[in-house]
Design a binder for this molecule. Structure first.
Ligand SMILES: [Zn+2]
Length: 382
């Protein structure tokens, strides 16, 4: 039986999502759920933040699948729902689980903190059946108050990777920081030395910085003057007034794929040995946007250890042709990873529907879920 790996899944629960995850206007979402029916009022209150992960146009059935999964307060339940979808496929499936630190995104409090989220996963992996299938990454947001310097971040990451078998690092810059935040340099240096993979979120999404925009200049100033850095073109075009309001465009400055080219140059300048060997997966391939998609392709072609995954976009009709094209290309075939973005993607399609579409258009899991995934995940610690 072949072993296949889905490199991009989530099992974080409603308890890890802050109250204002999509901003103060979240109240419009429960109204649309109510109209579709099937979800009771008592469900709506705790559901609020998760409903916010939707756009308004999704159909009732999708909304309910997503709500059912997103409502789970227990990561173990989420994990079971995920594994259930893969049982009938006749292969040995494993899942990279990406926890999320949404506590610094300026969207209010979460019910349960990051450390509890990670502890839950450690406890789940006490079960040997789950231990080898659930491959967790450790999320890092350099703005956490306890991360007083780069060493604090490195120690945090090492603790989970060396002691508890976490297999990589997850960054989500859209929450309001740059991948080349100076506090992350020590972590990168160690990750390069140990060949630890780093998953980065790389698509314009609904989860992004929700805090004040009054000081956007000082937030962006971190990037000023760095070799190769430019603010996102659609952000540059905004009026001064819109620059204090349009958070969904603001996030593009943090997320744009070109930032990883800037990062490598920055690390070189900081004297980090073998900076160009950094192992990165560009989550979602930037595929929603042709400019970003091309930038991603350039990055994975230029850097030996750069990969891109097809999670989320694999569920989008508009990306189908691009997927087939890039995944059948000899140039890129060895640099693409299979992922779905469970359960965040269930607002588009259910996991079994995605697997069916995937197999129809791409035909096989290998090399993406097998050879490439193994290369991506292999590190020198274990
Ligand atoms: Zn994701």
């Amino acid at each position: 039986m072949a072993t296949y790996i889905n490199v991009h899944t989530h099992i974080f629960s409603i308890n890890h999502v802050p109250e204002y995850v999509v901003g103060q206007n979240r109240w419009i979402f429960p109204i649309s759920v109510k109209r579709f029916g099937g979800i009771n009022d008592w469900v709506l209150t705790p559901l609020m933040p998760v409903i916010g992960l939707f756009t308004k146009r999704k159909s009732a059935a999708r909304l309910q699948t997503f709500a059912r999964l997103g409502l789970a307060t227990d990561q173990a339940d989420q994990y079971q729902s995920l594994a259930e979808y893969y049982k009938g496929l006749g292969h040995d499936f494993r899942y990279v689980v990406l926890p999320m630190d949404m506590e610094q995104m300026g969207a209010g409090l979460t019910e349960s903190n990051l450390y509890t989220q990670l502890l839950d996963i450690i406890e789940m992996r006490q079960n040997p059946e789950i231990a080898h299938r659930l491959i967790p990454f450790v999320p890092v947001d350099p703005r956490r108050p306890e991360f007083t310097d780069g060493t604090a971040i490195l120690n945090f990451v090492k603790h989970y990777i060396e002691k508890f078998g976490f297999a990589g690092i997850k960054l989500y810059p859209a929450l309001g920081y740059f991948p080349f935040d100076p506090k992350l340099t020590e972590m990168y240096e160690w990750a390069i030395e140990k060949q630890i993979p780093i998953m980065v979120h790389c698509i314009q999404g609904v989860i992004h910085w929700q805090g004040s925009m009054d000081n956007w200049r000082s937030i962006l100033s971190v990037a000023e003057g760095l070799e190769g850095y430019q603010n996102d073109p659609s952000w540059q075009l905004l009026s001064e007034k819109d620059k204090t309001k349009k958070r969904e465009i603001f996030q593009r400055n943090f997320t744009q794929p070109n930032n990883y080219d800037v990062l490598i140059k920055y690390l070189r300048k900081q004297g980090v040995p073998n900076a160009e060997k950094l192992k990165v997966c560009l989550g979602h391939f930037g595929m929603d946007d042709d400019k970003w998609f091309n930038e991603c392709k350039n990055l994975i072609a230029n850097y030996e250890n750069f990969y891109a995954d097809i999670s989320y976009v694999v569920a989008q009709e508009k990306c189908k042709a691009k997927l087939v094209d890039v995944m059948s290309s000899n140039q890129f075939k060895s640099k693409i990873l299979f992922g779905t973005d469970f359960y965040v993607v269930s607002k588009e399609k259910k996991e079994d529907e995605i697997l069916k579409i995937y197999l129809e258009i791409i035909k096989e899991f290998s090399p993406f879920a097998e050879v490439n995934a193994e290369k991506y995940l292999k590190n020198s610690i274990r």
